[in-house]
Design a protein around this ligand. Structure first.
Ligand SMILES: Nc1ncnc2c1ncn2[C@@H]1O[C@H](COP(=O)(O)OP(=O)(O)OP(=O)(O)O)[C@@H](O)[C@H]1O
Ligand SMILES: [Mg+2]
Length: 607
């Protein structure tokens, strides 16, 4: 195994960490920031900008800058949440070949997985630059409430980024791990309340003698800071319309400016009671340019978003019930995720648990730190810690009448394996179709259909006679796989799986090749830039040498250098690496005559 990193792939911000001398440390990116915006922008020239650079490009280029792509991972375009997001999104969200939610950027369709892989690749590079060595492996975190399709999409993104994904870990579990290690694993029961940019998770864990056992988890994978921003954006838009009569719908640039101002105001309101929003020249009407100038109070903002905070409490109740615990039995509440800095969130959570939240962790970094601790556990460098996580959502199959039959219940510790016996419905039926679903609703149509299985090659037999046992296995990543056995013959039964979501192996390979092309292109661009610098310096020094020392060389030699100089000047703007390298070499060789003679004269004098 090569060098391993821990990655918190967030909706808004991502963070990368490594183990250094048994301690998790966060690696700052090339701009010195400890987190990197999860944004990707593609310029007109096709160049990929990631992180802070993409964020900067956002206002000028909203249509080609992707943010919050995590919300699209492992989802269909027709998913209600995706539809809602697509309506207000400045960039295009479309349905891909198999109906998966994709983005369209510069007329090219990209899966959410591919966009995420670009972010992961950047974080990999951040770590490689810091370490000065190649990174090969990673532990990547996901919201605890992510289902199988969303986990697979994340793992595939890591694969495309050239990472061996050693483990997918739940974000609140990772946070608990970092907290527990820091507190030397005192025995206690903790609740991790994680409200980030796009998702909400609540996990309840028992920590006892180095064992971290998740008792229950719950959440909402479509509830986070983004939704708080949207509330304020809508409010400001309405206010602007009232004052000026201008509807900003479709004016992407103006909406983007409002969004940025709204997020900034939201953050300020976590520290102060009121803040000003000032956006000059937002739009134009018959009366000339119109500005958005207003003041928002904390109270107003709280009224706009209280129901969103309330929505987090229902999953908290459900998790407590599933863990058979009351709030009184919780020793600590950890707040994770940037949105928990909002005072209303803190007070509502304190009221709910009857406990002041624990303050000793950094809500932006603790998840990535937990991820690399988990990496250390896998590598064996971190000892005496055992992590037992759970299946977040029940897994089962469709039975007659579209009813969902649970096979593995939510909150079952993982890894786990459970079998179910299937048979045929008609005589001599050669195959059986099985639909595998995940969710908590009673009907299949209300849950997520993960895959369709076909058990094939069943020997001719009267209906109901064949006994085929299918085992459903959920690994430590929370990812499902299936295998089947004919109980009659004891033989392994062929299972053909048609996943309902995600990329095929071929897709992954194709994208990998493409991103390799990008990497090659990037390398080429850098080489050209370096050669160009070298050429320019060489041209300058040679011209100066000709001016000052032309008398030390023969006329013929000077003529030759001048010819090479002209040649090199002609090639300095070329994008042909070979031609440029050749021109630099030619001039370098002939201009060396100067130094040879000067050096010889100098040595002669010394003697
Ligand atoms: N001081 C603050 N007050 C209120 N909200 C804040 C503050 N600082 C950051 N946020 C919000 O926190 C969110 C980002 O949090 P975080 O970086 O934890 O999310 P993430 O890890 O990217 O997302 P997720 O975990 O949901 O995938 C953003 O919506 C941001 O506006
Ligand atoms: Mg997060």
């Amino acid at each position: 195994m090569g060098r391993l990193i821990g990655i918190d792939l967030g909706t808004t911000n991502s963070c990368v960490s490594i183990m250094q001398d048994d301690t998790p440390i966060v690696i700052p990116n090339s701009e010195g920031s400890r987190t990197t915006p999860s944004m990707v922008s593609i310029t007109e020239a096709g160049e990929r900008l990631v992180g802070q650079l993409a964020k900067r490009a956002h206002v000028a280029n909203p249509k080609h800058t992707i943010f919050a792509v995590k919300r699209l991972m492992g989802r269909k375009f027709l998913d209600a949440d995706v539809q809602k997001m697509a309506k207000s999104s400045p960039y295009d969200i479309v349905g891909g070949g198999n109906g998966d939610a994709c983005v369209r950027i510069r007329n090219k369709e990209m899966s959410a997985t591919e966009v995420s892989s670009i972010i992961l690749e950047t974080l990999k590079k951040v770590a490689e630059e810091y370490l000065g060595e190649a990174v090969t492996d990673a532990v990547i975190t996901v919201p605890a409430y992510f289902d199988d399709a969303q986990r697979q999409a994340t793992r595939d993104a890591g694969k495309i980024a050239g990472l061996e994904v050693q483990r997918i870990v739940n974000e609140p579990t990772a946070a608990a791990l970092a907290y527990g290690v820091q507190n030397e694993g005192k025995d206690e029961v903790i609740a991790v309340y994680d409200l980030g940019g796009g998702t909400f998770d609540i996990s309840i864990l028992e920590i006892s003698m180095g064992m971290f056992q998740v008792r229950a988890t719950n959440g909402d994978t479509f509830l986070g800071g983004e939704d708080f921003d949207v509330r304020l954006v809508d409010f400001l838009r309405d206010q602007f319309k009232e004052q000026t009569g201008i509807d900003l719908a479709g004016d992407n640039m103006a909406l983007q400016r409002i969004k940025e101002a709204a997020e900034k105001a939201k953050m300020e309101l976590s520290a102060v009671k009121e803040t000003d929003i000032n956006l000059p020249f937002l739009a134009v009407n018959n009366n000339g340019p119109q500005h958005l100038v207003t003041t928002i109070t904390r109270k107003e903002f709280e009224d706009l978003t209280r129901d969103l905070v309330e929505r987090t409490l229902e999953p908290c109740r459900a998790a407590l019930t599933d863990a058979s615990l009351t709030t009184k039995e919780i020793d600590h509440v950890l707040l994770v995720g940037g949105q928990t800095r909002m005072p209303l969130v803190q007070s509502m959570v304190s009221d709910f648990f009857g406990l002041k939240p624990y303050k000793g962790i950094n809500p932006d970094e603790v998840v990535a730190m937990g991820a690399c601790i988990q990496g250390g556990i896998i590598e064996g460098s971190v000892e005496d810690i055992l992590l037992l996580d759970v299946v977040p959502l029940s897994i089962g199959v469709e039975t007659a009448g579209g009813i969902f039959a649970r096979i593995i219940n939510k909150n079952t510790p993982i890894p786990t394996r459970k079998g179910m016996v299937f048979t045929t419905a008609v005589d001599n039926q050669p195959f059986v179709n099985i639909r595998v679903c995940q969710g908590e609703r009673e009907m299949v149509e209300d849950n997520k259909v993960l895959a369709t299985f076909q058990l094939q090659g069943i020997p001719p037999a009267p209906r109901g006679l064949p006994q085929i046992e299918v085992s459903f296995e959920v690994d430590a990543n929370g990812i499902l796989s299936c295998s089947a056995r004919d109980l009659g013959t004891g033989r392994e039964q062929r299972v053909q799986v048609t996943p309902n979501y995600g990329l095929t192996e071929e897709d992954i390979e194709r994208i990998q090749t493409e991103s390799q092309l990008f990497a090659d292109e990037d390398r080429q661009k850098r080489e050209i830039a370096e050669l160009r610098n070298k050429a320019e310096t060489l041209i300058y020094t040679t011209e100066r040498a000709i001016e000052e020392y032309s008398d030390i060389l023969e006329e013929g030699e000077i003529a030759e250098i001048k010819a090479d100089l002209v040649w090199c000047k002609g090639k300095v703007d070329s994008t042909d690496v070979e031609a440029l390298r050749d021109a630099v070499m030619r001039l370098e060789t002939s201009a060396h005559l100067f130094s040879e003679v000067l050096y010889r004269d100098f040595l002669d004098k010394e003697e």
